[in-house]
Design a protein around this ligand. Structure first.
Ligand code: COA
Length: 192
């Protein structure tokens, strides 16, 4: 069965061999994609601190705090998280992450999360990073990817739909925004 902590050397080598790689955005800009590592701590923190509050509200942790970046790096070390960062002129402009469920009964599942800086949106980067995570999940032999979003995250819905994700569940009033208004959460899945 799948266990990323016991990923074979071959699987890890395949994922590492894929990076760094270049991708071209819709406006012709070139970005570098590479796996997040210890040395990216400050660049990721700067990226997080440039995000609008609305985006931070829906994250699992407050990544504007150095401690949250350290926890993220620890998750990378223990392979519960794999993150692909997108760089433009040395600055992080987006990330795609896969969180691997470690519990015995969900060890075949990865959760995909995407975050693009406000200034870099609409250039196809979200789609590029989603494709990267999809490819990594396949290399690791996972059986399923999940993604969570609200119905107003139309770009996310469009990305995941095109990648073959299907609506799995809707959790009514599951999300609460800063003003205290609740929204429904869409859980989508893609069998691999
Ligand atoms: C969702 C997100 C990652 C998309 O990133 P992005 O780089 O702007 O996405 P892309 O440029 O690749 O666009 C993806 C698609 O969404 C479409 N799209 C963008 N905004 C849209 C909108 N308001 N309504 C409908 N479609 C929209 C684009 O047209 C594009 O489709 P196309 O390739 O067929 O033209 C980014 O908006 C983000 O970080 N949002 C906050 C966090 C989030 O919602 N994460 C997703 C859940 S994990």
């Amino acid at each position: 069965m799948v266990d990323l902590t016991a990923a074979t050397t071959d699987q890890l080598e395949q994922v590492h061999a894929r990076y760094p790689r270049q991708a071209t955005l819709r406006d012709g800009q070139s970005v570098e994609l590479r796996l997040m590592a210890e040395s990216d701590r400050e660049a990721v923190l700067a990226f997080a601190r440039g995000l609008p509050n609305d985006d931070l509200l829906f994250l699992q942790a407050n990544i504007t705090e150095p401690a949250a970046i350290d926890s993220w790096l620890e998750a990378i070390r223990t392979r519960t998280t794999t993150t692909v960062l997108a760089f433009n002129n040395g600055e992080v402009i987006g990330d795609g992450s896969m969180h691997h469920h470690r519990a015995q009964w969900t060890r075949h599942i990865g959760e995909i999360r995407l975050l693009i800086g406000a200034g870099g949106r609409g250039q196809g980067l979200g789609r590029i990073l989603a494709d990267e995570i999809y490819s990594i999940a396949n290399t690791f032999g996972l059986r399923m990817l999940t993604a969570q979003m609200t119905f107003d995250q139309q770009a996310a819905i469009s990305i995941f739909r095109r990648l073959g994700f299907q609506r799995e569940a809707v959790l009514t009033d599951y999300v609460m925004d800063a003003a205290g208004n609740s929204r429904d959460l869409l859980v989508a899945t893609r069998r691999l």
